[in-house]
Each structure stands twice: as structure tokens, then as C-alpha cells.
Design a protein around this ligand. Sequence first.
Ligand code: GLN
Length: 490
Amino acid sequence: MGVTELAAAIAARQTSAVEAAQHLLVRARQHEGLGAYLAFNKDATLAQARAADARLAAGERGPLLGVPLAHKDIFVTTDFPTTAGSKMLQGYQSPFNATVVQRLADAGAVSLGKLNCDEFAMGSGNDNSAYAPAHNPWDVSRVPGGSSGGSAAAVAARLVPAATGTDTGGSIRQPASFTGITGIKPTYGRCSRYGMVAFASSLDQAGPMARSAADCAVLLSTMAGPDIDRDSTSLDHPAEDYTAALNQPREGATASQPLKGLRIGLPTEFFGAGCAPDVINAVRAALAEYQKLGATLVDISLPRTELSIPVYYIIAPAEASSNLSRFDGVKFGHRAAQYTDLADMYQKTRSEGFGPEVQRRIMIGTYVLSHGYYDAYYLKAQQIRRLIAQDFQQAFTQCDVIAGPVAPTVAWKIGEKSEDPLANYLADIYTLSTSLAGLPGMSVPAGFGAGGMPVGLQLVGNYFKEGELLQTAYAFQQATDWHLRTAQGF
Ligand code: GLN
């Protein structure tokens, strides 16, 4: 069951929060080979479930009351250890919950555990996790995408109805696309970053991953909202009821054409030779469905799409090199067992604690921020970042929503790109610009491509248009059943 169905079953007392949690904990163990989870704490989970059942017995009702979820291991939690997929934080126990985690807990959601991810959310295949790769339920020899690969694998394998993820340059949208689930990265600042282990602070954003847009709407309504005292980049914009937005009638809409009047912009740059034909075909078929729903398609241009790769891979490592300097063996996590002096302690601690991709990014970031290179790289990247954001504003004068592929191919084989960082970076081409501009974006299951692997349709909206995005995805999901398909064996 998805979130909405399960919440209804729990509210009707057809099952209990404890029963649902126990069932899914057993399922998670049965499918341990997927590598979706990094940590459980059965006693804590059942205590949360009993508390939810008590609230239900007292007559309380809510769309998440008693519903099991799991969190990407980048959100700090008091009930589970937090590693951010890194050896550096092995065994780290946070004294507080991330705001997003706390809000979901307050709404009565029950946390089953922590989900695998690329180390410090750096990666596109979950193969940078220091613990284990995660596998794609549609073909376990393939990656589930990254960095929120554990979240995607768990939801796609029906181990949990929904999960949290984070997206810095595509880490919600791309794994959702690779595993046939729905995920939304909200406008930057919409969800609090408090308690999210920082990768690139000007890009990091939390969001839900679930089977359907309707289920994402339920989670996002609880996750979003100002948290200004704890996160100075949190936006002072009241939380919205995204579930209500799903069925909000559009001007001129009819029952058979719920999206009448919606202008969908197709960036030329997203449909070029760089995108695999099987992906393009699935995306085009989804767009034809949108036309039936009343939407019109308009050609637009995002001319600096290609530049988003160098710009992102300068800005994100620059911020990461700064954020990760706190992991010095003194304040947090791992410390080398043997060292001669302070400098040696730092060096050994960081060499042992960080994996190769994280070290690579710290070096790139330190380099582009260094005296003499700052103006040439970092400052230039920031200037182009502004132009990329302006390209979107220009595009939104011609359309309401932008659509295209999420990634240029379906999920690749585990190990295929592990030795080639550049190949990983290039695969982020369609998701990075949205993040650089701080815009909301989502991935919606849109069919299957090569090897029978899922393909996602990316939808990007203007700032604060999460409601319209979710409605656009919801209308599609009312007319199609891609999001209901489940991988064989799950
Ligand atoms: N794949 C991108 C990276 O490696 C995006 C990761 C993310 O969004 N956290 O940085």
C-alpha cells in the first residue's frame, strides 16, 4: 500500500501502526541484499508505532498518523545512528532530530530506519556509499541511482511506502527516475536544512520520494515550511496543503481535460543527441498523454544547459570543501588511532575517513577557492549560475511547467561508471540547472526503456509552484499506471 491507502487502513483500524511497522521490518530483512537500509532500531520503531496507535485510540486522525517511513541517512536522528554513507561518521549518534524528521514524527509517522546513500550525498549511483552499494529492484545488477539510492530502492521494492531524500543536483529526481517512483525536490529553502548533513549548502534541499504524486503531496505538506531560527536560508513562506492542490480546478479545465490551458515548455537542449532514444521515446509518449489531458506543448530554450555541469562541479565541491572541514577528528566522528602531531592527526583522520570521491571533491573545491583561482573558477561559476537562473525566468514567460528527461539513459550496471568520475558527472546534465536556479523539480514514472528499466519524466516549475507541479503529475497518474507497476519479485 502507498501512504494514502495505508493511512486510511490504519485510521479505519483495519491494521495498526505496530502491525504495519512489524510487517515492513520483516520485509526489509527479507530483502537485505538490496542494500537499501543502513540502520534499524526495532525497539525505537515499535515505541513510535505504539505511540501512534495510542493517538489513534484516543480518536486522533491524520494523513501520516501511524504510517511507516524511512529516512535517508543524511538526516540526523536521535533514534538511529547517522553516517551520511561515510566511514567518517560511523557510529555517530545525534543528540537531536533534523527538522524534517521531527515534523514527520510529530505528525505520527513511524520511522523504520536509515537508508543508504552516496557518501555525503556525492554521487549518482549509490556506489560511493562507504558501506555497500544499493541495488535497483528492477534489475539488481544495476544502480538505483544516487545519491538517494537507498530511498529509491526501498520505495520501489515496496519495503516502505515513502522515504525522505535530498537533492543537491538531482539526488531525488534521478534515483526516482531510475526506479520508477515519484519524487519532488521543492524550491530551495522550502524545507529546512537543519539537521541535514551539509554537502553544498546553497543547493541542498530535502524532499519526499513515494509511489505517487498524491503520496508526495502528503509528505511535503508536513515537511515544508519556515524554520528560520534554525536554518537562516529557510524561506519565510507558509506551509501549503499540497493535497488540496492536487484537485484544485484549473481555469477552463474540463473533466476529460483537467490540464486545459497548461503550457508545457520543452527545452531543445534536453531532447538532443545526448539523450538515449529509448528515454526520448518514453518521454515523448508521456508528453502525448499530456496533450490528451489538455496541455499544450511549446518549444523553449535553456541555452546554458551544458554549462550547468562545469558550474555545478565547481560550486558544489567548493561548498563541500568548506562544509567538510568540520570533520577533523576533533569535533565529530572518526579519529585516526595513531599519529605523531596535530597535522598528522588531521591528515590520517581525513585520509581514512573519507572515500575517494569525497577526497576528490575536497581537493577540487579547495583548489577553486584558493587565492589566484577564485576569480577564474568560483566567481565565474557564480556569474554563470545567475545566467542559468535567468534563462529559466525567460522560459517561464512562455510556459507554466518545463518537461524533459531526468537523465540521458536508464540506470546503468553497478560498477560501469565507478572508475570514471566524469561519466557520472555528465549523466547529471538534465537535473543540475534546476538546482543551480533553486527551482522545484520532480520525476514522474513515464514508462520503460532499454532492458525494461523505468524512465522518469522531469517536470520543473517556477519558484513555489510545488502545488502546480504535483497537480501536473497527479493528473498524469490518474490517466496512466506506470507509477503502480512493481518490479518482479517484490
Ligand atoms: N550526482 C550529483 C553529485 O554527485 C548530485 C548529487 C546530489 O544531488 N546530492 O553531486
